[in-house]
Design a protein around this ligand. Structure first.
Ligand SMILES: Nc1ncnc2c1ncn2[C@@H]1O[C@H](COP(=O)(O)OP(=O)(O)OP(=O)(O)O)[C@@H](O)[C@H]1O
Ligand SMILES: [Mg+2]
Length: 588
């Protein structure tokens, strides 16, 4: 008998129920409101009093309304057919709706029951398998998807039979397994998994070390992220978090990209829905949306749905990682997610932590980031989830709890700065405060030596030092005036400006400049370092300014030209001539 409950209180999206049987933490129930069934999740149980958060508007809900418990937690349904879909945080298929947003109490099936998938078996009768083992594969949008032994099966099983290569729907039985007692289990292409439980179906989580190219120079060259790595982008209002995250999701070399737009403004969400389907993958020439899933919740949806969306997205990412794929997961913004937690915690009148966030906010954030990673599967293949979240610290204060707690767990820190955004130095990533811990990993250093060359990390460190020195000199010039410092100081300052303009700044809206492949980033870095190592001679600081402005201009034109095109080579020649003019040729 399923547990039933009766509504005893309603505070916005938080509802209290009196229940007649056992209820588990995070269990899902439906509250009956006339024709509608409102989905809700248990957030606290005290005896027969249960607090639930309703994923819908509770408008019109009265004390005495009935609720039915389902006996399971919030789950996602996983299978072929999710790529290029737009879902909300509860995995409703938004394309099945007339408008972008669902009517209250409406839930849709996330997969397609009619489509036939071409299945090729990878296992055979007699094979010994366990949960998550690959039984076969189907192709979706050019991605090889694996059909796996149900994630929730425990123990070892024998494949009794498996269907021949052919076309099947997600509900057709593709294999029959027997457990140790001889009991038969039918397997189809559908998996279910509770979103708040990490899917740890791998042999080990290894230290990540492979560069994940994003095409963004401020990331790849300066503070690289790796396959299975974690990073976050804090930045005040309007400094370019969403533009940067979208750039990464468009360009990164991932097999699958999942974007959780949680709590963003409604118009931004509509923008991704209209913009993404048109975009073409720079690596494959195919439509980007083919490898992308968008989970969208706007701030006008109830807070609970926002909280669910990041977990839904993470669980989908874990599903694809189990297939040995390279997944990139983006959440914009995790602050809105934390605010949802705060609202619920305040409604329950829990003892608040810093800034009224729940006391366990630190554990919640670290558990979530902990689900990302580079893993070795039980068949020794590798899969990864790279996770990048944005954080919108109120008033740009990086000491607030969400930023501070994220900083403890995320390995890359891309701090967007108001001052850089105001000066239109995009992406406004602060080159001094930002970091990537992966640069210190010996595994990464080894990888980069082979992939690029053994001087790379030294060069990267050199330009960072030069940027810092440039900043110090700028402050001195500010105090002492242009004439108050030696001409050499101006030269050093302008060398750092050259790095800023040519390496760091990148136009996300220019077709060529938006994406810089690693080979080209290497070329740019070498060019800039060579200039930095050149000794120049000038009579006064005005000459320095003029000269470097010209040089920056040529380099920027190069960045806007197709790599190694005729135009590009012409600019390169022009640059060489300019350098020769002021270069000091050392006579013995
Ligand atoms: N790389 C870039 N190149 C050119 N323009 C940019 C770039 N990044 C940001 N911008 C400009 O800054 C504006 C704001 O960017 P964006 O919406 O990404 O900010 P945000 O930090 O996400 O803001 P919010 O806090 O409101 O979510 C953009 O509309 C664009 O005009
Ligand atoms: Mg934004």
């Amino acid at each position: 008998m399923a547990t039933k409950g009766t509504v005893s209180g309603v505070i916005a999206n938080m509802v209290t129920l009196k229940v007649d049987g056992p209820v588990a933490q995070n269990e899902i129930c439906y509250i009956i409101l006339g024709e509608d069934r409102l989905m809700a999740e248990v957030i606290k149980v005290i005896g027969s009093n249960v607090y639930v958060q309703v994923f819908e508007s509770t408008r019109g809900l009265k004390i005495g309304a009935e609720a039915e418990f389902t006996g399971h937690m919030l789950e996602v349904t996983l299978g072929p057919g999710m790529l290029s879909k737009n879902y909300d945080g509860l995995q409703n298929d938004l394309d099945k709706m007339t408008g972008v947003f669902l009517k209250r109490g409406q839930y849709t099936y996330p997969l397609d029951k009619e489509t036939k998938w071409h299945f090729e078996p990878l296992a055979k009768a007699g094979d010994e398998v366990e949960a998550s083992a690959w039984l076969g594969k189907v192709e979706e949008n050019f991605q090889p998807l694996k059909i796996m032994v149900p994630f929730d099966l425990k123990g070892r099983f024998t494949v009794k039979s498996i269907v021949a290569e052919g076309d099947y729907t997600i509900e057709d039985t593709i294999a029959i397994l027997t457990d140790e007692g001889g009991k038969e289990i039918k397997v189809n292409m559908i998996q279910k998994w509770p979103v708040k439980v990490a899917l740890t179906n791998y042999k080990e989580k290894a230290r990540p070390f492979k560069l994940l190219e994003t095409g963004v120079r401020a990331i790849d060259t300066l503070n690289p992220i790796v396959e299975g790595g974690t990073g976050f982008i804090p930045g005040p209002f309007g400094t370019g978090k969403t533009v940067l995250q979208h750039a990464i999701s468009k360009q990164a070399e991932a097999d699958i990209v999942i974007i959780a737009a949680c709590g963003e403004r409604a118009n931004e969400v509509v923008e991704i829905f209209t913009e993404f389907p048109e975009l073409v993958d720079p690596h494959t020439g195919r439509k980007l949306m083919e490898r992308t899933i968008i989970i969208a919740n706007t701030s006008n949806m109830p807070v609970a749905a926002r909280e669910a969306s990041v977990y839904t997205a993470m669980t989908m990412a874990e599903y694809y990682r189990s297939m040995g794929l390279k997944v990139l997961l983006m959440a914009d913004s995790t602050s809105r997610w934390a605010q949802a937690l705060r609202e619920m915690s305040n409604r329950m009148e829990e003892l608040p932590g810093p800034d009224a966030f729940p006391m366990d906010i630190s554990a919640i954030i670290s558990n979530f980031y902990g689900r990302a990673g580079y893993v070795k599967l039980s068949n020794n293949e590798h899969g990864s989830i790279t996770f990048i979240g944005t954080v919108s610290p109120a008033g740009g204060n990086l000491k607030e709890p969400v930023t501070e707690n994220t900083k403890k767990v995320a390995r890359c820190f891309y701090a967007l700065e108001q001052e850089r955004a105001d000066r239109k130095r995009y992406p406004a990533v602060n080159p001094i405060d930002s970091y990537s811990k992966y640069l210190e990993y010996p595994e990464f250093e080894e990888y980069i030596k082979n992939r690029i060359n053994d001087k790379w990390i030294d060069k990267v460190n050199e330009i960072k030092t030069r940027l810092l020195r440039g900043k110090e000199i700028a402050e001195q010039i500010n105090i002492l005036g242009d004439d108050g410092v030696p001409v050499d100081y101006h030269i050093t300052f302008w060398k750092s400006e050259l790095i800023d303009f040519v390496v760091l700044q990148q136009d996300a809206f220019d077709e060529i400049d938006a994406v810089t492949p690693m080979e080209r980033q290497e070329d740019i870095l070498n060019m800039v370092i060579d200039i930095c190592h050149t000794d120049f001679e000038f009579d006064n600081f005005l000459e320095v300014t003029d000269y470097f402005k010209k040089m920056i201009n040529i380099c920027k034109q190069m960045n806007y030209s197709p790599y190694k095109s005729e135009k590009y080579e012409e600019f390169k020649k022009e640059l060489k001539t300019l350098i020769t003019k002021k270069k000091i040729t050392k006579n013995k």
